[in-house]
Design a protein around this ligand. Structure first.
Ligand SMILES: [Zn+2]
Length: 577
């Protein structure tokens, strides 16, 4: 017994040891296994794959499995991988030089990709097909993606790329569309338990079923996490593991207060809008040695599950009391919190920001956003838009670029005549409400666009609404070629504008800028919109002094205006010109 355990511990981890070696062992991802096995058997393996899904669901294991199957020397394609031939053995031992695994989190720059592009040209050294497995592919920089795209456009015949990512939405559509995509799912509890039971039997471990269920639940669908927890338990219990069964009490003792309880406490604090309690919950997690970046990710996943539950779905991975927690929020509130939380993960790997600080900030912002959401919940705002005498919501034809700014704005100006301070109060609040509406409906909007025009939908894959200013909706998109197409291809933009207008209940124009330009635009927003308004109000309100001596943008057509604004945003040059 002891020697078995020693071997297990020496070998590093249970997860590595029990990595699936055949397609049959690909637990919980049977459809993917079947498709890949057929592709190998029929010789129809793609040049590039995109493996998406939560961590620990078998993406890189599957990539290695595929590499083995493609390179296996077994004469019958249906028997590949055989795990016996030289190729299979070399890959399994990690010694195959033609299987290159790249962690995009640490090799994310354009130079790394250029290097890769050079090496890709050479034929494989010992195998038939080279494999490049790029883990956490969404972390690649924009330039790296652009460089990589050239390789994907003309893939060398002897190379297969596998991009693995937990966040496929962050990949440029141009890259994603060149890959065959597979979505890996979180494993159901019973499948994790089943696998744990198998591993325990192999290792000669006596572990109660209740313990396995506890581990499976805590691993939230990640087999890697589950095996990691089992291993922690076994290492801790040490000598006794083989003789006496590991009981639930013992497991709770060893694994400590559950992460789920901490998450539930934190979400409860958010529900109560209790920032102090929320900060204490984060501090407690930090004290308990939680990896706060992971804790933040789990928090996001947890709130997402609550959103599903609140929307009438179910999440079998969560304990029953989560339903009660979900009921303490409205659906809109959960969406607001989730929206805030999804911002948490982004800047971490790039900056040296303390994860605890960032998590605290994100959670407090979520609580503040909830307070605002109460005032501007989408149902009420829709009612208000319908009921209030708000000329802008009267169905007029969408403002055409050909119409002069003066004409286009008459409806708005009449609502604001005699209320010179509307920028500070009514309009700004309305604009926030409209933005909120767009944010909350963004998924639906994108779905609708997909059926209306797939090109337009693809352009919006990375874009998100960030600002509403008058009849302008400012979208932010990280990739320059997306922005250019949205701003310059009038037909496509019209399609987007039509759908957005329908959701806003009023006509709108779309301008797409880089995410980093949004703040500049927002700061300028008040001055900008008052300047637009002032022409129209000049007659009605008796004229107003222009705050800035900027060039008058009113004479320009919509497209020119859009370019001008983009240029202003980029160079921040308004006051100087
Ligand atoms: Zn083989």
């Amino acid at each position: 017994m002891d020697s078995t355990r020693e071997i297990m511990l020496q070998s590093g981890s249970l997860y590595r040891k029990y990595r699936p070696q055949t397609f049959d062992e690909l637990v919980g991802q049977e459809a993917i296994a079947r498709t890949l096995r057929n592709a190998v058997a029929l010789g129809r393996v793609a040049h590039a794959y995109l493996f998406c899904g939560p961590r620990g669901t078998g993406k890189t294991s599957t990539a290695r499995l595929l590499a083995k199957a493609v390179n296996c020397l077994a004469p019958d394609p249906n028997q590949r991988p055989c795990n016996q031939c030289a190729a299979c053995r070399a890959i399994a031992s990690g010694a195959a030089v033609d299987i290159v695994e790249i962690d995009a989190a640490s090799n994310r720059g354009v130079d790394d990709i250029r290097d890769l592009r050079e090496k890709v040209k050479y034929a494989p050294v010992e195998l038939r097909t080279k494999f490049y497995i790029i883990d956490e592919a969404h972390q690649l920089t924009r330039d790296a993606f652009n460089a990589f795209l050239k390789t994907l456009e003309e893939p060398p015949p002897h190379v297969v790329f596998v991009l693995a990512t937990t966040e496929p939405d962050k990949l440029p559509d141009t890259v994603a569309s060149r890959c065959q995509r597979f979505d890996f799912r979180r494993l159901p509890i019973d499948r994790v338990v089943e696998r744990l039971r198998f591993v325990c039997a192999q290792e000669g471990l006596a572990v109660d079923d209740a313990v396995l269920a506890l581990i499976a639940r805590r691993a939230t669908g990640s087999l890697r996490d589950a095996l990691g927890l089992l291993e922690r338990l076994v290492v801790f219990v040490g000598e006794r593991a083989g003789t006496a069964p590991i009981t639930l009490d013992l497991a709770l003792d060893v694994l400590g207060g559950s992460r789920h309880e901490r998450l539930a406490e934190l979400v409860g604090a958010i529900a109560d809008r209790d920032a102090g309690r929320a900060l204490r919950a984060i501090a407690a997690a930090a004290d308990a040695g939680e990896d706060l970046q992971q804790f933040g990710r789990d928090l996001t996943a947890f709130v997402r599950s609550l959103l599903h539950i609140r929307a009438g779905g179910a999440d079998p991975l969560l304990p029953e009391e989560s339903g009660k927690l979900a009921q303490r929020f409205t659906l809109a509130e959960l969406a607001v919190v989730l929206r805030k939380l999804t911002g948490f993960d982004v800047p971490l790997p790039r900056s040296g920001v303390d994860p605890q600080l960032l998590l605290e900030l994100t959670v407090v912002e979520a609580i503040l956003a909830l307070d605002q959401a109460q005032v501007t919940a989408p149902a009420t705002s829709a009612d208000r838009t319908a009921a209030a005498p708000r000329p802008a919501s009267v169905p007029v034809a969408p403002a055409s670029p050909a119409v002069s700014r003066g004409d286009g704005h008459i409806t708005q100006a009449s609502s604001s005549a005699g209320a010179p301070s509307r920028e500070q109060s009514g309009a700004a609040a309305d604009e926030d409400t409209l933005l909120e509406q767009l944010v909350l409906r963004w998924a639906a909007i994108r779905r609708e666009l997909r059926s209306a025009n797939s090109k337009a939908a693809a352009l919006l894959a990375d874009a998100e609404p960030r600002l509403v200013r008058g009849d302008e909706v400012i979208l932010a998109a990280p990739y320059e070629f997306h922005r250019r197409r949205i701003n310059e291809e009038t037909e496509l933009r019209r399609v987007i504008e039509r759908v957005l207008s329908r959701h806003l209940g009023r006509p709108c124009r779309v301008v797409c800028v880089a995410p980093e330009e949004v703040e500049t635009l927002r700061k300028r927003g008040v001055n900008e919109s008052s300047r637009h308004e002032s022409t129209d109000e000049a007659g009605a309100a008796g004229g107003r002094v222009e705050e800035e001596d900027a060039p008058d943008p009113r004479a320009l057509s919509g497209d020119d205006l859009r370019r001008l604004e983009a240029a202003k945003a980029i160079f921040d040059a308004v006051e100087l010109s």
